[in-house]
Design a protein around this ligand. Structure first.
Ligand code: GLC
Length: 431
């Protein structure tokens, strides 16, 4: 209660100061001695203690700021729902939060994120790898500071492939045939695990197959759905066949990143589609039974001449709650976490792709992060998230694709429904 009153008083002081009232007459909040605590909501990333490592390094170099960590749900959808409720209710916490790269348009539109372009100089933004700041922008303003980048990869069991004298698959057909051989020989239970649950992660996986097959979600002008195409049908028919051929377990339609990674790390699957941090996880003795047995490659393609396949661009930004009472401290935290020390730790200890360009290009960092070496060879594809209606577009994709994967509707019906739902969302809300 006391805290709320103090926050209100200091908030009032700021408002009054902003109205031009002299400092002498404005009520001034009593300065509290000691460090200021900011609250950071962040999902567990790789689940390997990344956040705590970063916080302790930050606090060491910034004795006047403490960071209180609140763990967010691992699913980006659930995470977004919780933050939306909290921030739209006017809550001053969290001060800063980790948020998906697909959120800037929605969060800017709904006033859930502070416009950082007015708080951080252009010299700050030049530290990031090309394209990232634009990805964090909406209508010319920047709403998030790029924290790390994700990209989809194929993880494979190099020991099993060597034992069976099989190549690392470059095509989806090869992945299926490698899997079937390894399964038949009793070397592994499942061939391939990935993200098939009805949530954002399935949209990411979908983008990779669909783009590789030559399809797109929207038409070239970006004004109408184009997802109901022969290319999409090829992609979805193939995804469903992974399940009917038992290369992927039926339960893959309920898997998100942690479940897929757990099956692979337990040694039960030959191949895994996951983001960069899965490298660190699969090599963590406390989390994995396959330490030292894993290789990483770009995702396969439908036609060998197109290799490598496509990888969806993912990643997370740091956003500031517009109601935060600690904006100077929030900005200090953002500058540090996107700076050399934090970004080097992320890349070298947790196999993340750093957003800080100098760190990303540093040969010493690349040497110890095989994922970073692979990412320069993949073809990246972005989700069409630069519109506040993206959640509706993505939901149309993941719910219908999931229904087809489950076998409850045919691939062609699923694609027709997706097309209709995306067009409805566009005509109801505009883009
Ligand atoms: C990863 C990506 C994020 C994506 C999510 C889907 O966290 O970084 O961009 O939306 O996976 O599950």
């Amino acid at each position: 209660m006391k805290k709320t009153v103090l926050a209100m008083v200091s908030g009032l002081a700021i408002v009054l100061a902003g109205c031009g009232q002299s400092q002498a007459t404005a009520p001034v909040a009593k300065k509290t001695a000691g460090p200021v605590t900011i609250v950071w909501t962040a999902s567990p990333i790789a689940g390997l203690g990344v956040r705590k490592t970063l916080i302790s390094l930050f606090e060491k170099s910034h004795p006047n700021i403490k960071v209180k960590l609140i763990t967010a749900p691992t699913s980006t959808n659930t995470d977004k729902a919780a933050l939306t409720t909290q921030i739209s209710s006017g809550s001053a916490t969290p001060d800063v939060y980790m948020g998906d790269v697909i959120w800037p348009a929605q969060f800017a539109h709904a006033h859930l994120a502070l416009d950082l372009s007015h708080h951080l100089p252009s010299s700050f933004w030049s530290r990031f790898a090309p394209g990232l700041v634009q990805g964090a922008s909406y209508k010319g303003q920047v709403y998030g500071a790029p924290f790390y980048m994700d990209s989809g990869f194929l993880y494979y069991r190099k020991d099993l492939l060597a034992k069976a004298h099989l190549p690392v698959p470059k095509t989806w057909a090869q992945l299926v045939s490698d899997s079937e051989t390894l399964q038949k020989d009793g070397l592994v239970k499942y061939g391939f695990v990935w993200q098939g649950n009805t949530y954002e992660g399935l949209t990411c996986d979908w983008m990779e197959y669909m783009t590789d097959a030559g399809g797109t979600v929207l038409n070239a002008a970006g004004t109408k759905a184009a997802i109901d195409s022969p290319a999409s049908l090829k992609a979805l028919t193939f995804m469903r066949s992974l399940i009917t051929s038992h290369v992927s377990p039926a339960a893959v339609t309920t898997f998100e990143e942690p479940q897929a990674m757990a099956v692979f790390d337990a040694g039960k699957s030959a191949f895994l589609r996951n983001w960069d941090y899965a490298w660190a996880n699969s090599n963590s003795p406390t989390d994995s039974k396959v330490v030292g047995k894993v290789g990483v490659a770009p995702l396969p393609t439908f036609s060998a001449s197109n290799y490598p396949g496509h990888s969806t661009i993912g990643g997370w930004n740091i956003y500031v709650n517009p109601h935060s009472q600690h904006i100077p401290q929030d900005l200090t935290f953002i500058k540090w976490i996107t700076g050399t020390q934090a970004q080097t730790v992320l890349a070298t200890k947790f196999s993340e792709i750093p957003t800080n360009y100098a760190v990303q290009k540093n040969p010493a960092v690349r040497k110890v992060n095989p994922v970073l070496a692979t990412v320069s060879h993949v073809r990246l594809v972005a989700r069409p998230s630069n519109t506040p209606i993206y959640p509706k577009v993505s939901q149309a994709i993941y719910s219908n694709i999931n229904a087809a994967l489950n076998g409850s509707v045919s691939p062609s019906v699923a694609l027709k429904t997706t097309q209709t739902q995306i067009n409805q969302a566009i005509s109801q809300n505009g883009l």
